[in-house]
Structures are given as C-alpha cells and as structure tokens.
Design a protein around this ligand. Structure first.
Ligand SMILES: Nc1ncnc2c1ncn2[C@@H]1O[C@H](COP(=O)(O)OP(=O)(O)OP(=O)(O)O)[C@@H](O)[C@H]1O
Ligand SMILES: O=C(O)C1=C[C@@H](O)[C@@H](O)[C@H](O)C1
Ligand SMILES: [Mg+2]
Length: 182
C-alpha cells in the first residue's frame, strides 16, 4: 500500500510498482470515481468531506481484503483511526514522504483536489502536512524520502526499501509476516 500527501506520487508509483511485479493495481480515488460515476470534487460538493471519508473508509475495508493488490490510497486515508488500524494490519505500508515545498510546486495549478480550492492553497498544504506527517509515520512500515527525485528514481528507492524491509534489515523494521505486498 502507498500512503502519503496529495501529489506525493502514490498513483504514479503504485501503478509502476504493480506493473513491475505483475500485481493488480487499484487507486482508491479512481475506483471511487469509477463506482460512483462522478468526480471526487462532485462527491465533496454533494456529500461534503464527511460523505467522501465514509465512502473512502468502506472502500479501504473492502480492498484490504484482497490479496496480491497494490493499493494507492487517498491522501486523507490516515485521518480516521479505524483506517490506520486496518492499514497497520495488512500488507507493507510505504509512506512516500515529499516535503511540502515540493508538493506545492507540483500542485500549485491543481483544480481537481477539493481541499486545495481555497484562497491560500500553499498554506493549506503546509497545514495538512503538519497534521498528517505523524499519522503517515504511525502506520508506515517503510518511509521513502522522495524530495525532488524523478518517479523512476523514487521507484528504485521504494524497491530497495521494500527489499530491506522484507529481509528485516530496514531501519527499525520487523521481519515481514508471510508474504506481504506493498
Ligand atoms: N517524483 C515525481 N516528480 C515530479 N512529479 C511527480 C512525481 N511523482 C508524481 N509527480 C506528478 O505530481 C502529480 C501528482 O502525482 P500523483 O497523482 O501520483 O500523486 P498522488 O500521491 O496520487 O496524489 P493524490 O493523493 O492527490 O491522488 C502528477 O502530476 C504527477 O505526474
Ligand atoms: O489529501 C486528501 O485529503 C485528499 C487526497 C486525494 O487523494 C483525494 O482522496 C481527495 O482529494 C482528498
Ligand atoms: Mg492519487
């Protein structure tokens, strides 16, 4: 599973990680859009953030029941304690850590992420980062620092971190229970 802030690269890297390993890939946000037939901004507009979080939590519970799946989660999935508990129980959780300055460079022209459609989106990213970084770390098995790395270089770091984690060499890592997939 990939977790991290909006713009960290969960969708981009999740898809390429899955392709490299011959695993199925699902992006929680895209799956919600496909199932509801409407965009995430529309879900936020009609049902509010609470309605979206409810759908997201139900989707997570369902998808975590599937084997051999690489899952890219939504950026806010760690906000609910029950989601964090579920993430900790299943699969290898990879936190793609990207500092807020870099996220801002990537997202400054974004019009699709409802939480950034505010008068001061840069400040919003910094606030969300401050609130969520500890939550991502709480559930992560491995933390991969992206910084300004290109997706291919970041993927190489993910591969290395997952390998180390599996062989019990990762910093603070515990030996993986059976076959756990990212
Ligand atoms: N390592 C990278 N370097 C530069 N740009 C990147 C990198 N990874 C992703 N991007 C770009 O940043 C944007 C966000 O990437 P992506 O959609 O994969 O993030 P995400 O973590 O899935 O975000 P969200 O939680 O909002 O879905 C995209 O335009 C993507 O092309
Ligand atoms: O960070 C967030 O709270 C969000 C991130 C996106 O992945 C979407 O799930 C949605 O835009 C909310
Ligand atoms: Mg995404």
């Amino acid at each position: 599973m990939f977790i991290g802030m909006m713009g960290a690269g969960k969708t981009t890297l999740g898809r390429s990680y899955a392709a490299r390993h011959g695993l199925a890939f699902i992006d929680s946000d895209q799956e919600l859009e496909a199932r509801t037939g409407v965009s995430i901004p529309t879900i936020f507009a009609v049902e509010g953030e609470e309605g979206f979080r409810e759908r997201e939590a139900r989707m997570l519970a369902e998808l975590l029941g599937r084997e051999d799946l690489v899952l890219a989660t939504g950026g806010g999935v760690v906000l609910r304690p029950e989601n964090r508990a579920q993430l900790r129980r299943r699969g290898i959780v990879v936190y793609l850590h990207v500092p807020p300055e870099v996220l801002w460079e990537r997202l400054r022209h974004d019009r699709h992420r409802p939480l950034l459609q505010v008068p001061q989106p840069r400040q919003r990213i910094f606030e969300l980062y401050a609130q969520r970084d500890p939550l991502y770390r709480e559930v992560a098995d491995v933390v991969v620092d992206g910084g300004r790395l290109k997706p291919a270089a970041m993927l190489a770091r993910v591969e290395e971190a997952v390998r180390d984690y599996r062989s019990g060499k990762g910093e603070g890592a515990v030996v993986a229970e059976g076959e756990r997939d990212a």
